[in-house]
Design a protein around this ligand. Structure first.
Ligand SMILES: *Cc1c(COP(=O)(O)O)cnc(C)c1O
Length: 730
C-alpha cells in the first residue's frame, strides 16, 4: 500500500486530508504551517523535528479524535486542503505561458548532491542544499516542470555538539526513511524500482525515494539495501563524508545512477541542470545512452548532448575536493570509456584543465564546463571571478570577459523564509498576493505605508522568540555537558530583548572570519558592554569535521561566551539547521557577514534577513555587493558596508583594517541609530532602514526571479524575455 493511503488508515475520517499534506512539503510554505501540525501535539512535534509523518504516526488515536472534533481546526484544514487541490491542479501557470516547450513529459532535471527543503529532511549541509531546495519550491510555484535528482543519506550531514572545552564533536543520527515524508518508488507489481550501477567492479542495486515538493518531484537514490555489499550500502551514508574514494563513488552514483533512474522512470529531460559539479558524471551516462542508441561515438553525440546541459558553479576557487587522480579514475572508469568509444587519454582529458593533458587531476568542474551549453556563476562578482578562473579552458577567448560564463544571482524562497507574523502584515499593506508577485517593485514601495509601530512591534516579538529559542538551546547544551547549576541558571540572564542584536550564522570556515569582531578583545568588550548602548551577538554554524582551524574559531567563540564581561551578551546555538536559521533571520536586528573578499560566491542568509526587516552589515562581496546602496552622504541606504580601506594582499593587515571598520560602524552608526528613540520609544531612523532593507532586498533577491531567469536566459535562451510579470501560484 502506498504510504499516504497507509497513513490515512490511521487517521479519523475528518482528518484524512492531513495525510496528503504530510506527504507534500507544500504545507511548509503556507501561511498556516506553524500551527497546522503543532496544534496536534506540540511536544511530539518538537521531538520529531517537525516531521509531520512521524507526528501523525506517534500521536495517540484519542488525541487525533479530539482534534477531529474541533470545528475550528477542521475548518482550517478544509480551507488548506482546498488551496492545496487548486494549487496542484492549476494549469495556467507562469511557465505554461512563457515556456510552453517544457512539459511534464520533458521536464528539467535538476541535479544536486544536497537538498535543504526542511529541517525534517536532514540531507543538506548548508547554503548549496538550501538553495537547491528553494529552487525546487519556486519552480513548483511558477509551474516549471522539474524533477530534482539527489541522494538519500542514511546519516545525512554530521550533527554538532560542543564539549566542555568548546571543541566541536561530530555525531550522526540515522534517518528513519519509513517514518519520513518519503515514498519508495515501486513498479506496477508493487516491487521497489531498482537500478544497477557498476561501482568498483561490483553491481550496486539502488532504490529510489520520492519527495513531493508542491508540483515538483524530488527523486533520491538509496544504496542501503540488504542485497548490496556492506561497503556499498554505506555509499549513501554520509553527506560530504569519507575519503576521496567514497566521494568519487558517491558522484558516480549520483550522476550515472541519476540518469539510469530517470531512464527507469521513463522521464526524458529536455534540460539537465547541474547545480555544482558533483553530478557531472551524469553527462557521460547520457552520452553513453546516446552512443548505444545511435552507434555513433562520443564526439559525434557530444554537440547534441551539450545543447541540453546547464551548469551552475558555486565556488570562486577551484576546489581540490572535486578532483581525482588518473589512478583513481582508472579504477572507477576503466570499463566505462570503451563504451563511449573513447581512448583512456581522450576520456581523461575531458576533465583536464589543459586539453590533451591527461596527467592533470580530473576535475568535475572542468567536465561540467566542457560539456555544457551554458554556465553561470551565482552573483555578478562571482561571474567575473569565474570567467577569470576558467579562462584557461577557452583558449579562443582573448580576454576573460569573452569567456562564456554568465551569472544569475542567487535568491531565497520568500514564502519559506518570511516570518508568518510579517506575512500577515505585508498582506495587509502590500496586498494579499504580495508573495506571488515578488518582482513587482511597485508593491514594495508600499512598505512605507506600514505604520512604524506595527512593524517594530512584530519585529520585537520575533526577536523575543529568537532569544527564547537561544536560551532553551544553550540550556540544553549546558545540561548535556553537565555544567554547574549556577551556569545553567545563568541562562536566564543570557541576552536581553531590548538590546541591539547581531546574528552570525555561517559555516566556520576560516575565510568567513567568524571571529573578526574579537580581533581586539578589549575593544570588543568595551563596545558590547557599553552601558547605554549595549550590543549582543548570537552565533551558529558548523565547521567541517576535517577543518581544525574552523573548529578552533568555534572554540575561541565559546571562550568568549564564558568571559565574565561577555557571558550575558554572546550565545552560540549548537547544531545549526534550517529551523534555527529561520528563527535567526526572523529575529535579528543586524546580520553580519565578514568573508575574505571574492571568496563568497553569493551568500543567501542575508537575503532571508531582508525579507524580515533585519539589516545587513557586510563585506561587499557576493550578493551584498549588488544589493547595498549608498546615499550621497556616503551612508548606506539599506545597510552597512565593510569597505576595503587597506590596499593590501596581506591577510593580517586586511583583517585588522576590516575589524577596525566594523568597530567604527558599530560604535558610530549602528548603536546610535538603534538607541535613538522618540517619545513613543520607537527608533524611527532604524525603522526607516528596516523598511529600506525590505524594499530593496525582497523584489530582487528571491528564487522566483532567479528561477525565471534560469528559464528564460539559460534553459530556453530562444524565449524572448517576456513582458509578462513573474507570478507564482498561491
Ligand atoms: C540560508 C542557509 C545557509 C546559507 O547561508 P550563507 O549566507 O550562504 O552562508 C546555510 N545553512 C542554512 C541552514 C541556511 O538556512
Amino acid at each position: 500500500m502506498n504510504p499516504i493511503t497507509q497513513l490515512k488508515t490511521k487517521l479519523p475520517a475528518p482528518l484524512q486530508r492531513l495525510g496528503d499534506l504530510a506527504y507534500n512539503y507544500w504545507w511548509s510554505w503556507t501561511a498556516d504551517h506553524l500551527s497546522l501540525f503543532s496544534t496536534i501535539d506540540p511536544t511530539i512535534w518538537q521531538a520529531c523535528r517537525h516531521n509531520p509523518v512521524a507526528l501523525l504516526e506517534s500521536v495517540s488515536y484519542e488525541r487525533l479524535s479530539q482534534i477531529a472534533e474541533n470545528p475550528e481546526y477542521l475548518k482550517r484544514l478544509k480551507t488548506l486542503a482546498r488551496q492545496f487541490d487548486s494549487y496542484m491542479t492549476e494549469r495556467d501557470t507562469w511557465a505554461s505561458r512563457v515556456a510552453p516547450q517544457l512539459s511534464h513529459e520533458k521536464p528539467v532535471a535538476y541535479f544536486c548532491v544536497e537538498f535543504g527543503l526542511h529541517e525534517s529532511l536532514p540531507i543538506y549541509a548548508g547554503g548549496l542544499g538550501v538553495l537547491a531546495g528553494d529552487h525546487l519550491k519556486s519552480a513548483s510555484d511558477l509551474g516549471v516542470p522539474m524533477v530534482g535528482v539527489g541522494l538519500l543519506y542514511r546519516q545525512g550531514y554530521f550533527r554538532q555538539r560542543l564539549n566542555r572545552s568548546g571543541w566541536q564533536e561530530d555525531y550522526y543520527d540515522d534517518n528513519d526513511f519509513e517514518h519520513m515524508p518519503l515514498e519508495l518508488v515501486r513498479d506496477e507489481f508493487g516491487q521497489p524500482v531498482t537500478i544497477k550501477v557498476r561501482i568498483r567492479q561490483r553491481t550496486v542495486r539502488i532504490q529510489v525515494w520520492k519527495v513531493r515538493v508542491g508540483r515538483v518531484e524530488l527523486y533520491l537514490l538509496d544504496a542501503d539495501r540488504s542485497d548490496n555489499d556492506p561497503i556499498d550500502r554505506r555509499l549513501t551514508g554520509h553527506l560530504y563524508g569519507g575519503n576521496r574514494e567514497t566521494r568519487i563513488a558517491q558522484k558516480l552514483l549520483l550522476g550515472v545512477g541519476g540518469v539510469c533512474m530517470l531512464e527507469a522512470l521513463e522521464i526524458e529531460p529536455s534540460i539537465y541542470h547541474l547545480n555544482e559539479g558533483h553530478a557531472a558524471f551524469a553527462l557521460l551516462e547520457v552520452a553513453r545512452y546516446e552512443t548505444e542508441r545511435t552507434g555513433e561515438n562520443f564526439f559525434e553525440v557530444e554537440p547534441r548532448l551539450r545543447k541540453q546541459v546547464i551548469y551552475t558553479s558555486h565556488t570562486p576557487v577551484p576546489t581540490g575536493f572535486q578532483t581525482f587522480s588518473a589512478d583513481m579514475m582508472d579504477s572507477f572508469f576503466a570499463d566505462y570509456w570503451p563504451k563511449l568509444g573513447l581512448s583512456r587519454e581522450e576520456f581523461l582529458s575531458l576533465g583536464a584543465r589543459r586539453l590533451g593533458d591527461p596527467w592533470e587531476p580530473f576535475s568535475m568542474e572542468v567536465l561540467a564546463l566542457r560539456l555544457s551549453r551554458a554556465a553561470n556563476g551565482v552573483s555578478r562578482r562571482h561571474g567575473e571571478v569565474s570567467r577569470e578562473m576558467w579562462h584557461i579552458l577557452y583558449p579562443e577567448c582573448e580576454t576573460a570577459e569573452q569567456v562564456p560564463i554568465s551569472h544569475i544571482t542567487n535568491g531565497v524562497h520568500a514564502r519559506t523564509w518570511t516570518a508568518p507574523l510579517l506575512n500577515d502584515l505585508y498582506g495587509e499593506y502590500l496586498g494579499q498576493s504580495w508573495a506571488r508577485e515578488m518582482g513587482n517593485t511597485e508593491i514594495w514601495t508600499r512598505i512605507n505605508d506600514i505604520p512604524d509601530e506595527d512593524l517594530w512591534q512584530r519585529h520585537c516579538i520575533l526577536k523575543e522568540r529568537l532569544i527564547a529559542h537561544t536560551r532553551a538551546r544553550v540550556r540544553q547544551a549546558r545540561l548535556g555537558r553537565g555544567e554547574a547549576a549556577d551556569d545553567i541558571a545563568a541562562v536566564e540572564r543570557l541576552l536581553d530583548p531590548d538590546t541591539l542584536t547581531i546574528g552570525f550564522a555561517r559555516r566556520f570556515s576560516p575565510y568567513k572570519r567568524g571571529g573578526l569582531l574579537f580581533r581586539d578583545l578589549h575593544r570588543a568588550i568595551r563596545i558590547l558592554s557599553n552601558r547605554r548602548r549595549p550590543i549582543q551577538l548570537i552565533f551558529a554554524g558548523k565547521a567541517h569535521p576535517a577543518d581544525d582551524e574552523g573548529k578552533r574559531i568555534i572554540q575561541r567563540l565559546m571562550e568568549w561566551c564564558r568571559h565574565p564581561s561577555l557571558r550575558d551578551r554572546i550565545a552560540f546555538i549548537e547544531d545549526y539547521d534550517i529551523y534555527t536559521a529561520k528563527l535567526m533571520v526572523h529575529g535579528v536586528d543586524v546580520w553580519l557577514s565578514t568573508p575574505r573578499r571574492s571568496l563568497e560566491a553569493s551568500g543567501t542568509s542575508g537575503q532571508k534577513v531582508c525579507l524580515n526587516g533585519g539589516i545587513n552589515c557586510g563585506v561587499l562581496d557576493g550578493w551584498w555587493a549588488e544589493a547595498y546602496q549608498e546615499g550621497p552622504n556616503g551612508r548606506g541606504l539599506n545597510g552597512w558596508a565593510i569597505r576595503k580601506e587597506a590596499d593590501t594582499r596581506e591577510q593580517e593587515i586586511q583583517d585588522q583594517s576590516d575589524a577596525e571598520t566594523l568597530y567604527e560602524l558599530l560604535e558610530e552608526q549602528m548603536a546610535p541609530l538603534f538607541y535613538q528613540r522618540d517619545r513613543h520609544g520607537l527608533p524611527r531612523g532604524w525603522i526607516t532602514l528596516m523598511k529600506a532593507s525590505i524594499r530593496m532586498g525582497a523584489p530582487c533577491f528571491n528564487t522566483d526571479r532567479m528561477v525565471a531567469e534560469y528559464v528564460t536566459r539559460l534553459y530556453f535562451p530562444e524565449i524572448a524575455i517576456p513582458n509578462e510579470p513573474v507570478l507564482a501560484s498561491a
